[in-house]
Design a protein. Sequence first.
Length: 280
Amino acid sequence: MDIDSLLRASVSEGASDLHLTVGLPPVLRVNGDLLPMANTPVLSGDMIQALLLPILPEIMKQRLEQRGEVDFSHSARGLARFRVNIFRQRGTLACVMRLIPTEIKTLDDLGLPPVLRAFTEKTRGLVLVTGPTGSGKSTSLAALIDIINNERRTHIITLEDPIEFLHRHKRSVVNQREIGLDSRSFADALRSALREDPDVILVGEMRDLETVSIAISAAETGHLVFATLHTNDTVQSVDRVIDMFPPHQQQQIRVQFAATIVGIVSQQLVPRVDRPGRAV
């Protein structure tokens, strides 16, 4: 049993995620439910270590030792790419691997309203895609970026942790930077991006005050910025951005945010009624 054979089995079962933790067999998330993988043994700490260490880049091994968790992407040859999170729990390794579809879906494929296309026609401003973890934010952002890539001659820079969808150069030039490998932090990468002649910047996650502040400034100064937040609705998204700043700065940020925000997309995945699966 190796990790790629487990990933192959998980894809054949239609799973979005593969969980590895001591004391259980491999567990799959299928249509939102967690199910044990059939005909697989209960995992020990040594078994999980043997599965994960061969795919762990050297720099990530060091980071895992220092921090106790790491994020990176893994390509299973001839199968797909996966977003990998390895972490320590009760002194042992555990892991969740999420399937990254190889094909970038269109807005129509995702069932998203056509009005979102208007965001891709803007030349400046801030677009937020928000929702809980696992709600498809990265997939929706990839669809929006792909429209720009297909239709406009721009320089697109994506800042992600880790890189999920791979964008080929089409009409646009696309540079994709992975936090932890290509840059130390979202704030550092975003600050650098402003010196790299960008037209469009994708910020995989606005995690802290510094990143939010630079993103708003970038949108103010003539760049189109797409970013995500882990919030449940549009009102909460606005509050989250403002509340990141100290009280004496909040009024100024309200003015800047109001001047730069182009739109907020709030989404979640819900069970389908026509067939098994979930939809945005």
